[in-house]
Design a protein around this ligand. Structure first.
Ligand code: SOE
Length: 393
């Protein structure tokens, strides 16, 4: 058997996402043994040496760094994985691209379209492999939804509806800024639920249903001031706590999206439903192995919503796992994305979503925020979604 090419990873950031990505890299060789590229966990970087060493020990990294620039300067790093808060994505990615490193960047790509554009331009100029971790595409039931749509089972699509609901910021005592709560600080995050949660919904939606061309949005910030974890000062809150928008897709269908961190009882309720001429599908992250499907062409006496348990070997990714009927989880979406990244190196095809695809998502997010401010419909500037009609790798 020909020997595999090692891709030496430098992970920057050791939070929640650093763990999901590390787990992804660790599992790939076990479950995707046919890939010709394979990860080596070379170094992990974070500012606190003691903490980053503990992370390296726990996840199997060979060495540590405390300055991201050192990771990029190393000759023994092929790919940089950016898991830091959003305000450092652009600087790190652009430097990494200039150094000729492949880049895997956590979502959202950036805080603004301007940053995202510079990042997409930088990776393309450098000609380096790149991907953005919009992981939900790679939950088998979501990938199956894509296959059903592409095969024409739904027919013409009329409606796309998505929600991403959480409840963790209702208390006014939750601070903004700092390690665990940087998502609450507009300078670090860029925006609130729009960039953090709706960005996922928008990525999935444009992949499944094509470009979102124009939007009309409303946002709200329910708690106007919060203490900043770094300064201890009470400061105005600059993020959107909740956002609702409706939109047109290029294919003529209508979209309705809602996201909030104030939906008491919901922790991470990401759902979508798509209604077509012949059939509808719906999916719910809390029951992620299931895809619900209704087909009007079924014989009348048995017509109804079917609940497809997406665990069979001929369904997406499931031939890699256990035996039919046994489910998988959230973490597997990251394992799948890591595997698809290495597969893209095998095939030479881009690993979607690329930085360019994620730039389009960023444009929709920015148009949503602009519309909420102006109280007018806003064009997104997305005329065509390059990743639409394409398989994942
Ligand atoms: C926020 O709570 C968050 O962790 C997002 O940042 C992730 O992208 C999402 O998948 C789950 O929720």
């Amino acid at each position: 058997m020909p020997s595999k090419k090692e891709i030496r990873i430098g992970l920057i950031g050791t939070g929640f996402m650093g763990r999901t990505h590390s787990n992804g890299y660790n599992r790939v060789p076990n479950f995707f043994p046919d890939l010709m590229h394979t990860p080596v966990l070379k170094t992990v970087c974070s500012r606190n040496a003691e903490k980053v060493q503990a992370f390296a020990d726990q996840w199997g990294y060979e060495s540590i760094e405390t300055d991201w620039r050192a990771v990029i300067a190393r000759d023994d790093i092929d790919a940089v994985d950016i898991c830091t808060p959003n305000d450092s994505h652009a600087e790190i990615a652009i430097a990494a691209a200039k150094a000729g490193k492949m880049i895997l960047c956590e979502k959202p790509l950036a805080r603004t379209v301007t940053e995202a554009q510079q990042m997409a331009d930088a990776v393309e100029k450098a000609g380096v492999a790149n991907t953005v971790w919009y992981n939900y595409r790679r939950i088998p039931a979501v990938t199956l939804a894509k296959q059903l749509i592409t095969s024409g089972k739904l027919g013409r699509i009329f409606h796309y509806r998505a929600n991403f609901l959480q409840d963790w910021t209702i208390s006014a005592d939750v601070p903004q800024g700092g390690t665990g709560t940087w998502r609450m600080d507009v300078d670090a995050a860029g925006s609130g639920v729009t960039g953090d949660l709706l960005a996922h919904c928008i990525d999935t939606a444009m992949w499944l249903n094509g470009a979102i061309t124009d939007v009309s949005a409303v946002t709200e910030t329910f708690v106007k001031e919060r203490m900043h974890a770094l300064t201890g000062k009470v400061q105005p809150v600059g993020i959107d706590d909740a956002c609702i928008f409706h939109c047109h897709f290029q294919n003529g269908s209508l979209g309705l999206f809602e996201s909030t961190r104030y939906a008491r009882g919901h922790k991470a309720l990401y759902t979508f439903e798509i209604n077509g001429e012949h059939a509808s599908i719906r999916w719910d992250l809390h029951d992620l192995n299931r895809l619900e499907y209704f087909d009007h062409r079924d014989e009348g006496i048995v017509r109804g919503w079917r609940s497809i348990h997406v665990t069979d070997g001929d369904q997406p990714y499931m031939d890699k796992w256990w035996v039919p009927g046994l489910g998988i989880g959230y973490e597997h979406s990251f394992i799948h994305q890591a595997a698809d990244f290495f597969k893209s190196l095998d095939t030479g095809e881009p690993c979607r979503p690329t930085f360019r695809d994620a730039l389009e998502t960023q444009k929709v997010c920015e148009a949503v925020l602009e519309s909420a401010t102006s109280r007018r419909w806003q064009d997104t500037g997305v005329e065509e979604f390059a990743g639409f009609n394409q398989e994942l790798v």
